[in-house]
Design a protein around this ligand. Sequence first.
Ligand code: THU
Length: 134
Amino acid sequence: MDKTIPWDMLAKEARAAAKHAYVPYSRFAVGAAILTAEGKIVRGCNVENASYGLTNCAERTAIFTAKADGMQEVVAVCIYTPTAVPTPPCGACRQVLNEFGPTMQVRAICDGDGSIDTTLDQLLPGAFGPKNLD
Ligand code: THU
């Protein structure tokens, strides 16, 4: 795991973001914090909808928010779930994260002591991405 990544700060931001989650249906409040190549930390939370399928996960909220602020590349993401064991990002979020950081570092944290440390290319091997359209 890359020691230059401010994991403690990312964890704090991810936990704080979860407090803003809009989760009237699942009651499962997720927070994410991404570190951009420019050095910014951007938060996201899950935002559910009465039309359940329109729910946006915390990771995608963070990516879209960062993109709107000029992000070009993501180097790391920390995801907090309110669980006893850490939870990896869903498949849809893996694909969206891949677009802006196919080798980004990924850490999943939770209410317990455990964490998952991995990389996006380990979570989404053989990904379809922008290069496939060249
Ligand atoms: N969720 C996320 O925010 N991120 C994930 O990677 C997995 C799932 C959200 C979606 C939904 O609001 C709730 O968690 C339960 O699935």
